[in-house]
Design a protein around this ligand. Structure first.
Ligand code: FAD
Length: 403
């Protein structure tokens, strides 16, 4: 998110300093599934979802997990999550998500081209696959809602699915092709190359832990306080710290409900099977993406805070699960990874100025869609910084919704 914001600010002619405690480190943007998931406009909380939660929690390696010691701290977040699943809320949130996703390529394609990264993107669409007719029928209203927001939806039979992806098992009975989806070569490569390209264009990178952003009076408006009694002065500061952003927002004086929704994956360098596009396994809530570094099998949503130790049995379990759907998959030798999705209870990001300090702008909370929405968020932040008219209404993304 920080790099996307920097791209648009540099383009506008601003002097930009990016502060990160670990600029080359392995954070969420490095290990995600690589999907440009513009078709995903439905919030995580939908009617009926809460009824499935007890069953998921009983399965120790299922799609959802809560760390018991952390559970009491999650009550406000889950209360708000349950409210986001009311039908009127789902409709409102889907409209807001679609307003960003609809313009993703308009912002992303130039960002890639201007940094020499166009070859990193594969516009092959995605396949969502189902084993059971019942699960497919249950999702009909969600596909209908997506269609209503301009998502192209092509229903397929099991045989048509296997024509597109012959590696998939005969147990797949239904599929949906979404041509607008795309995927990238490798999230880590993309972030590394973007950072290097932006440095060549004048981005100043400072390594350091930020612990506060204070208003100042004088020539500049904010002072960014770093560890070791260091500080940086600026006209504006953008807080784009992913799942860690609530800590700094609280310092600025803004309340937000943001949790780590930890996801896991396994990347198989020699998977023994070939996919052309990302495949989403609807019933079991995981995905497989053909990246340049191998086949990445990922999913899971674990709520345990930012400090809990990762449980890589989840990564292993995902690879084993994938072998059910990809019978020739070689699951040995996978590289495990876990990352903190910055999750808000309403599945909407926080984009816009602080309620306390108009010179602080937020760009975080993109949950499952941070790679997808990065470029558009960067463009919106640049428009805010420069007082330009915004291409979409950002009211649904205001931090004040948590007051
Ligand atoms: C398993 C998994 C699969 C995913 N798949 C997809 C996908 O296919 N498509 C998609 O669109 N999204 C996907 N996502 C979501 C996406 O990866 C995230 O939304 C996105 O990476 C968030 O980016 P970010 O820049 O906000 O946070 P991060 O990438 O986590 O970056 C935050 C940065 O802030 C720095 N930082 C934090 N606090 C401080 C501080 N106090 N001082 C200095 N620096 C600080 C950190 O060092 C870090 O570099 C996936 C996520 C996971 C976990």
């Amino acid at each position: 998110m920080g790099l996307s914001v920097a791209h648009f600010l540099l383009k506008e002619g601003a002097r930009v300093t990016l502060v990160d405690r670990d600029p080359e480190g392995d954070k969420t943007s490095f290990g995600n599934a690589g999907g440009i998931a513009v078709t995903e406009v439905i919030p995580a909380s939908v009617p009926g979802l809460l009824l499935k939660v007890p069953g998921w929690l009983l399965d120790p390696l299922g799609p959802l997990a809560l760390r018991p010691a952390y559970a009491p701290r999650l009550i406000p977040w889950f209360w708000r999550f349950s409210q986001a699943g009311r039908p009127a809320e789902v409709a409102r949130i889907a409209t807001a998500l679609a307003s960003i996703n609809r313009r993703v390529y308009e912002d992303l394609l130039p960002l890639l081209a201007e940094n020499g990264l166009s070859a990193e993107l594969h516009q092959q669409g995605a396949l969502t696959v189902y084993e059971s007719e019942a699960a497919y029928a249950k999702d009909a209203s969600q596909w209908q809602l997506k269609r209503a927001h301009g998502v192209e939806v092509v229903p397929l039979s099991g045989a048509e699915v296997r024509d597109m992806e012959p590696a998939l098992a005969a147990t797949i009975s239904r599929g949906v092709f979404t041509p607008q989806w795309s995927h990238i070569n490798d999230p880590k490569v993309l972030v590394d190359k973007l950072r290097q390209a932006l440095q060549a264009r004048g981005l100043n990178i400072v390594t350091g832990q930020v612990h506060d952003v204070l208003p100042t009076v004088g020539a500049t408006a904010v002072s960014v306080q770093l560890e070791g009694a260091r500080s940086l002065s600026a006209d504006q500061a953008v807080i784009a710290c992913g799942a860690w952003s609530a800590i700094l927002a609280a310092r600025v004086g803004d309340k937000v409900l943001l949790e780590s929704e930890r996801g896991y994956n396994t990347t198989l360098a020699q998977p023994g099977v070939k996919l052309t596009r990302e495949v989403i396994f609807a019933e079991r809530h995981f995905v497989a993406t053909p990246l340049s570094c191998g086949l990445r099998i990922g999913g899971a949503a674990e709520f345990g805070g930012l400090e809990a130790k990762a449980n890589f049995k989840r990564s292993e379990a995902l690879a084993r699960l994938a072998a059910r759907y990809l019978p020739k998959l070689h699951t040995e030798g996978g590289r495990f990874w876990a990352g903190h999705r910055p999750a808000t209870p309403d599945s909407l990001p926080v984009i816009g100025p602080s309620a306390r300090n108009p010179n602080v702008i937020y760009a975080f909370g993109h949950g499952h869609l941070g790679l997808t929405q990065g470029a558009t968020t960067g463009r919106l932040v640049n428009d805010l910084v420069h007082g330009k008219p915004l291409p979409i209404d950002i009211a649904p993304f205001a931090i004040t919704r948590f007051n």
